[in-house]
Design a protein around this ligand. Structure first.
Ligand code: HEM
Length: 340
């Protein structure tokens, strides 16, 4: 008898759960909607005095769509023309179109520290994030990485690199003569200028051209991989928290074999070569010049034992990643504007 009563009681309890189920199901979406509305209203109020597209005050999705259109730069300029020097691009994002504000915004001691945008563009080597001067959000790490090598990038020092740019220029013209001027084949100058920029950075950093001009091809698919990397990454930079859920999610990082970034890989290989066979002679027969970036980075590291070993990878990777595509874009733009 008592067993039957217990069974009935259990049945009634179960019934109550089922009765309550529809309202529970509604509760979660209603609560979510409430939180989203509250958050949107709060975000809107926060920067409401700054003009901008209406939707941008509530969501970062407009920014994602601008980037996906490959016209973000044109859209940004149009928006500044329409709204003025300060434009609200997102709920918590303001674009500043006034060069006078650059020192305020880029001061690492100021209150505008680097946002999570930079976290998204950190890439991996051997399954570990490679922090660089460019990507680090940590001010102490930025200082630690920048101080020992800042002197190398002064104008007077950079001028001493000019002969090594000249050797690559000569090689570049020799290749254009051989492959196009003498054969009459059509040259894709945009691609060749990009290959030139990569080889120049290789020459300056490691005394070794990366081999683009020599082989007349995208060595190790570096250019293609950078292109794909940024195509995947740039929309995510506009909503950085998505990156923490997806690409930088520690569980996914463990599950998938993280492929070595070819630029970091090339840098690591050159560092290993140099350490195993240091070549410090400056004579013309030598394949290494003692004043290339890598030699100077090694000197900087030897002077200060507190610099971690991975700083070398950070410095060399920065040079190739930050210096190649940017230089290639400038060269292409210069040629395009002067020839049209
Ligand atoms: C025309 C060529 C170049 C352009 C247009 C350019 C543009 C820029 C810009 C806009 C930044 C600031 C980015 C930010 O903080 O969001 C930057 C930072 C940086 N660039 Fe360049 N760059 C060029 C060439 C180079 C070259 C040749 C190198 C290396 C040899 C280089 C290394 C770096 C590094 C290391 C940073 C980070 C500096 C820091 O955070 O303190 N760049 N560059």
């Amino acid at each position: 008898m008592s067993a039957v009563i217990k069974q009935m009681a259990a049945g009634i309890a179960l019934h109550r759960v089922f009765d309550a189920f529809p309202s529970n199901v509604l509760f979660i979406p209603v609560l979510s909607l409430f939180i989203v509305s509250l958050w949107s209203f709060y975000s809107y109020i926060l920067l409401q005095q700054i003009p901008g597209p209406f939707l941008a005050a509530f969501s970062n999705l407009p920014r994602v769509s601008w980037v996906l259109s490959n016209r973000a730069h044109d859209i940004h300029i149009d928006l500044h023309r329409k709204y003025g020097k300060l434009v609200r691009f997102g709920p918590n994002m303001v674009s500043v179109g006034d060069p006078a504000e650059i020192p305020t915004l880029y001061s690492f001691t100021g209150k505008f520290t680097k946002s999570d945008f930079y976290h998204v563009i950190v890439f991996y080597a051997k399954g570990k994030p490679v922090q660089t001067i460019f990507t680090t959000q940590d001010e102490n790490m930025h200082r630690m990485l920048k101080r020992p090598i800042a002197g190398i990038y002064t104008m007077s020092n950079l001028m001493s690199f000019e002969p090594y740019v000249d050797t690559t220029i000569s090689f570049f013209f020799a290749q254009l003569d051989k492959r196009f001027a003498q054969t009459g084949d059509i040259c894709n100058l945009g691609t060749w200028l990009q290959m030139f920029a990569f080889d120049v950075m290789g020459e300056l950093t490691f005394s070794k051209r990366l081999g683009f001009l020599e082989r007349a091809e995208d060595v190790d698919g570096i250019m293609e991989s950078i292109w794909h990397y940024f195509q995947k990454t740039t929309p995510v930079t506009q909503i950085p928290w998505v990156d923490r859920l997806w690409a930088k999610n520690p569980i996914f990082q463990r599950l998938k074999a993280v492929r070595m970034n070819p630029i970091a890989g090339f840098g690591l290989a050159r560092i290993a070569e140099r350490k195993s066979a240091p070549d410090t002679s400056d004579d013309k027969e030598s394949s290494t010049n003692s004043r290339d970036f890598l030699s100077r980075f090694l000197e900087a590291q030897a002077k200060d034992k507190s610099i971690p070993p991975w700083a070398l990878t950070a410095w060399t990777t920065s040079n190739i990643a930050a210096g190649s595509d940017t230089t290639a874009i400038l060269l292409r733009t210069t040629i395009t504007l002067t020839t049209n």
